[in-house]
Design a protein around this ligand. Structure first.
Ligand code: CO
Length: 200
């Protein structure tokens, strides 16, 4: 049996360092979570929501999947959005993609990877919806563009869910943001696609 002892050791050290700084941290957090943000991002190990925004445990509710895709029939993602909006009452939903995304690259290059090709079909649809924008671009530029357009498409998908539509109908304050992260320099960029109501 392998028990990954080093991870338990680092967990103990982490918990002790938090308690040293703030003795009530875990007691306070154990009573309730009250995050202001829902983060929908890529599973890529280099894009961890809390670290890159410097948010503490309890401050961001997170859903991650390959290529940060929001599919209208994905009960997993929809359940996360519903819980975040209706129970936790988050004020912001952030769709965050990243440059150099392996899922986006696989979709662009149409390589075969098995089961995941069906998931990435949603990203290939983004190419089809925006085909003219890709004409004449070099491969790297196409990849960057698809990473950005995929975020914008997923912002639209989030806005079109019954959950977000109903929140806006009820006059709730809720913004949907599209961001992109650069693994090369650690910087987040706002794609300026923020939607705050059904009229936007
Ligand atoms: Co990725």
């Amino acid at each position: 049996m392998k028990i990954l002892k080093h991870l338990f050791d680092s967990n103990l050290a982490w918990a002790a360092s938090i308690k040293k700084e703030d003795p009530e941290f875990f007691t306070r957090l154990s009573k309730q979570q009250d995050p202001e943000y829902l983060w929908i991002g890529c599973s890529d190990s280099r894009v961890p929501a809390n670290q890159i925004t410097n948010l503490q445990p309890g401050e961001v509710f997170v859903h991650r999947n390959i290529a940060n895709v929001v599919v209208h029939t994905d009960l997993n993602c929809l359940s996360v959005i519903q819980f975040a909006v209706e129970v936790l009452k988050v004020k912001h939903i952030i769709i965050c993609g990243h440059y150099g995304c392996g899922g986006i690259k696989a979709a662009l290059e149409n390589q075969e990877h098995g089961l995941i090709d069906n998931w990435l079909r949603h990203v290939r649809d983004v190419i089809r919806f925006n085909a003219e924008q890709f004409d004449g671009l070099e491969h790297d530029k196409k990849l960057d563009l698809l990473c950005e357009l995929n975020v914008k498409e997923q912002v639209t998908n989030v806005c079109n869910t019954t959950i977000v539509q109903n929140a806006w109908k009820q006059g709730k304050e809720l913004s949907v943001h599209g961001w992109i992260y650069s693994i090369e320099n650690g910087i987040l960029k706002d794609l300026e696609t923020c939607v705050t109501s059904r009229d936007a």
